[in-house]
Write a protein that binds this ligand. Structure first.
Ligand SMILES: *Cc1c(COP(=O)(O)O)cnc(C)c1O
Length: 440
């Protein structure tokens, strides 16, 4: 700043340019945005983050941010409790996101079983195959069933023949929100002496509503999360946080030995274990820990009355949305909605994959560009076999995907489907002069 009181002309000019630049965005905060897993952070998170940034603590070491390092411990204990772990027995920390958190989990997996591969579902986030590459670990892929869940028979064959040291289950896949059968996978891991890592980056907070009445999601899977050797969850997805907040938890705190290192220039303030001694990242945002801690004070991790209400609302929105799709003559569900993501397609008997993909893209664009009331969805490429009504031709098909992660979506879900069905009707045939596949 130019002086204590007033920003300079140049500073004001730069900020004004920023607000102009930021116009080039989709309306992530609007209820009409149901495209990707994106929404602004909760105002409490935003305020706590901004306030803490004035100090800018570094959670690398207790010296860098004693207050926020303590907050990090407290939020880890609460997240561990949410998964059914004994909070005092686990080792966990925040990370910059789910990718980093999964990297740490797979790194420990490789350290513990350097000779054995790591198995993950074909439905898993692409980060797992890439991280295996980074780590020089052999990754093997397990096929999915028709609902987008890991196929248990295929997993058992893999366990028997390839003897993976760790199996990665997805609790809430990024594409379709599927919940792998964690309990059955945990049983197989016991039988074949494999570790279990659960990537719950997207779906982890749904653990809160497994036991709400009436049951909103697969309670056997949520109850089995405590059987995992490690779990990853992203507070920056369903935990109302700004980006830069992931989390990894290990059931066995002795894996901390793999992180062991000595740093002559930090760690001088106490004999306690420093956060930087058990994280792969060095500098980490104390503001992220503060934002999550403050949010969890205001909106606790409870099934009712706290964050559970928000997850339940999104889940209910998905159920209403899916029912309405089932009733619409020109739309079809592609997967059963298992969380708050619904994947569906414009439908007409006898259509092939190419024509359906083109139709999908027209509907997607029309909805988004509607001058009066735009609706923002996403598209996703899936195996054509997932759309059993399609005529032969084309291995993949592009269909529509909607992430209903805002509580306001519950009241709007049925209206969304009406709008989409109308757009699908209007866009059934390409505008004159545009053949399917022709460039726009
Ligand atoms: C988002 C996501 C990731 C990657 O996490 P980032 O926070 O984007 O780095 C990994 N796995 C799953 C299941 C995810 O949904």
């Amino acid at each position: 700043m130019s002086d204590e009181e007033n920003p300079s002309e140049g500073e004001l000019q730069a900020l004004s340019e920023l607000t102009d630049r930021l116009r080039d965005n989709y309306p992530f905060g609007s209820p009409s945005y149901a495209g990707q897993m994106l929404k602004p952070p909760h105002p409490v998170a935003w305020a706590a983050y901004a306030a803490t940034t004035l100090i800018n603590p570094n959670n690398h070491a207790l010296d860098g941010g004693p207050a926020t390092a303590q907050m990090e411990r407290e939020v880890i204990a609460e997240i561990a409790t949410m998964f059914g772990f004994e909070p005092s027995a686990v080792l966990g920390h925040l990370t910059s996101g789910g990718t980093m958190a999964n990297l740490e989990a797979l790194w420990i997996a490789r350290e513990l079983h350097p000779e054995r591969p790591i198995a993950y579902g074909a439905n898993a986030h692409y980060t797992h195959s890439r991280v295996c590459g980074v780590l020089g670990a052999r990754g093997i892929e397990v096929p999915c069933d028709g609902d987008g869940r890991m196929d248990l028979d295929a997993l058992e064959r893999r366990l028997r023949h390839d003897r993976p040291g760790t199996v990665v289950a997805s609790f809430g896949t990024t594409g379709v929100g599927a919940l792998d059968p964690v309990r059955e996978i945990a049983d197989l891991c016991v039988r074949y002496d494999a570790r279990l890592h659960v990537d719950a980056a997207y779906g982890g907070f749904f653990a809160l509503i497994g036991e709400r009445e009436p049951a909103l999601i697969d309670v056997s899977a949520t109850k089995a999360l405590r059987r995992a050797d490690s779990v990853v969850v992203d507070p920056h997805k369903h935990g109302l946080q700004p980006y830069g907040c992931g989390c990894v938890i290990f059931a066995d705190p002795t894996v901390g030995r793999f992180y062991k290192h000595d740093s002559p220039y930090t760690y001088f303030s106490s004999a306690e274990l420093h956060p930087g001694e058990v994280t792969l990242e060095c500098s980490r945002s104390g503001s992220a820990a503060a934002a999550l801690w403050t949010t969890m004070r205001a909106i606790p991790l409870t099934p009712n009355g706290g964050l559970g209400d928000m997850l339940a609302a999104g889940r209910q929105a998905a159920l209403v949305f899916a029912d309405a799709i089932a009733d619409a003559p020109n739309l079809r569900l592609v997967y059963e909605a298992q969380t708050d993501i619904v994947v569906f397609a414009p439908y007409e008997e006898g259509l092939d994959a190419a024509a359906t993909s083109e139709w999908t893209k027209r509907v997607f664009r029309t909805l988004m560009t509607d001058a009066q009331s735009p609706l923002f969805l996403a598209t996703i490429r899936v195996d054509s076999a997932a759309c059993e009504w399609l005529r032969e031709g084309g291995k993949e098909v592009t269909v529509l995907r909607s992430v209903l992660m805002k509580p306001e979506h519950r009241a709007r879900a049925a209206g969304f489907v009406e709008t989409i069905s109308r757009a699908a009707g209007a866009q059934r045939t390409p505008p004159a002069g545009h053949e399917p596949g022709a460039s726009p």
